[in-house]
Design a protein around this ligand. Structure first.
Ligand code: SF4
Length: 157
């Protein structure tokens, strides 16, 4: 059993009320081989919600108290993001999950890349708030892109 970002599994939980379905991951959920978590929704944020970005660093910096998560209208949602990460981890731990596939570029779920904190559409290197927490708890986290590349390589063999 693995964990996945809920928007990859077909849940309309993104900030814009949309989804980022990755069909093979959705199938894993249907087969009972994956469970879905959406840290932002678990943190109490609504669907849809204002887009948010990490300002002043990345997810690790948020946990160090050196960066915050702010919406495009300037609302600070750092605590919602942190609470959601902790609740998502709890849910994963209850299921004995040690590996996750998360949505690249998300301020919660980004694995290697997040947006630059200026709502410019540009991305930068860094992890999201939930991903930073999961990694700190020694979970293995792959991005959707990495996972798909890995699956492709397996198929080639
Ligand atoms: S917080 Fe993660 S699971 Fe939820 S919508 Fe954003 S990328 Fe998807």
């Amino acid at each position: 059993m693995i964990g996945i970002s809920a928007c990859l599994g077909g849940v309309l939980c993104r900030y814009d009320g949309q989804v980022k379905t990755v069909e093979p991951l959705k199938r894993l959920v249907e087969q009972g081989a994956a469970i879905m978590v959406c840290p932002e929704v678990l943190g109490g944020l609504p669907i849809p919600r204002e887009p948010a970005e990490i300002v002043g660093g990345d997810g690790y910096d948020v946990w160090r108290g050196q960066a915050s998560v702010v919406t495009n209208t300037g609302k600070d949602v750092t605590e919602d993001f942190k609470n959601g990460a902790i609740l998502a981890y709890k849910k994963l731990k209850e299921q004995g999950i040690t590996q996750l596939i998360t949505k690249e570029k998300s301020p919660s779920c980004g694995r290697h890349t997040i947006y630059d904190g200026q709502f410019s559409g540009q991305s930068k290197t860094g992890v999201g708030v939930a991903t930073a927490y999961f990694l700190q708890q020694n979970l293995i986290v792959l991005s959707d892109e990495e996972w798909l590349a890995q699956q492709g390589r397996k198929l080639e063999k």
